[in-house]
Write a protein that binds this ligand. Structure first.
Ligand code: SAH
Length: 224
């Protein structure tokens, strides 16, 4: 029928426009700032970011900024998601824990980049919404749980990588303890002034490296 065909066409046109917006987002905000890992760039080109933001924000889904999710939480800025995933420096197939599922966007990027993904969200409503969204968009392989991610996910540990999407006052010791040999933790640390840190497990212990000034919502829960 004509009406159905035109509705379908406009849906397809909207998806094409979103794909073009993602290609621009990756070129102008991410590759231009030095993220090079091809699997990370490809993942950000593929994951439909506009489907993870509230409807009222869809037109601004690809802007160079975080997007509010409600509950005082945000979907991180595209560059920060790409930078943090690249900073894990892990091969495809690696086991990665995300703390702070939020919308599920970064979890989808991690899955598209080829990792096996576990993700924990402390707010049950956000965790429930993210579960539905990830399943609908084909990322049903991501294991999700509502709970305090500052304590990690002991039953699924050890992880090759842990990426935290909310700022901790200090690096949570429980997360370091759940890193496998040569595992890496990428985490924002601080209060008003925050920096993204990478903690790498080495044969001798742990090595830490300050990567970038950032601004994240605070980590809550027992480790905050
Ligand atoms: N990665 C998300 C960004 C979410 S913002 C995305 O791509 O959309 C940070 C999230 O961390 C918020 O949803 C917040 O509720 C959650 N959070 C804060 N403290 C937490 C904790 N201790 N454990 C799990 N999630 C936490």
């Amino acid at each position: 029928m004509t009406t159905n065909a035109s509705a379908g066409d406009s849906g397809a046109a909207a998806e094409c426009a979103a794909a073009a917006a993602r290609a621009r987002m990756v070129a102008e905000q991410i590759a231009a700032r030095g993220v090079r890992e091809p699997r990370v760039l490809a993942a950000l080109r593929r994951v439909p970011r506009h489907r993870f933001v509230p409807r009222a924000w869809r037109g601004r889904a690809h802007g160079d900024h975080p997007v509010p999710l409600g509950n005082g939480q945000t979907v991180s800025q595209p560059f920060i998601v790409a930078f943090a995933v690249e900073a894990l420096e892990l091969p495809p197939g690696a086991r990665v824990l995300e703390v702070g599922t939020g919308s599920g966007y970064q979890a989808a990027v991690l899955a598209e980049a080829g990792f096996a993904v576990w993700s924990i969200e402390i707010l049950p409503e956000l965790a429930a919404d993210a579960a539905v969204r990830l399943r609908e968009l084909g990322y049903g392989a991501v294991r999700l749980r509502a709970g305090d991610g500052g304590l990690g996910w002991p039953e699924a540990a050890p992880f090759d990588g842990i990426v935290v999407a909310a700022a901790a006052r200090e690096i949570p010791t429980a997360l370091c303890g759940q890193l496998g040999p040569l595992g890496r933790l990428v985490i924002p640390v601080g209060g008003t002034h925050q920096a993204l840190w990478r903690v790498a497990r080495t044969p001798e212990g742990f090595a830490r490296e300050r990567l970038l000034d950032v601004h994240f919502v605070p980590l809550t829960g027992a480790a905050a």
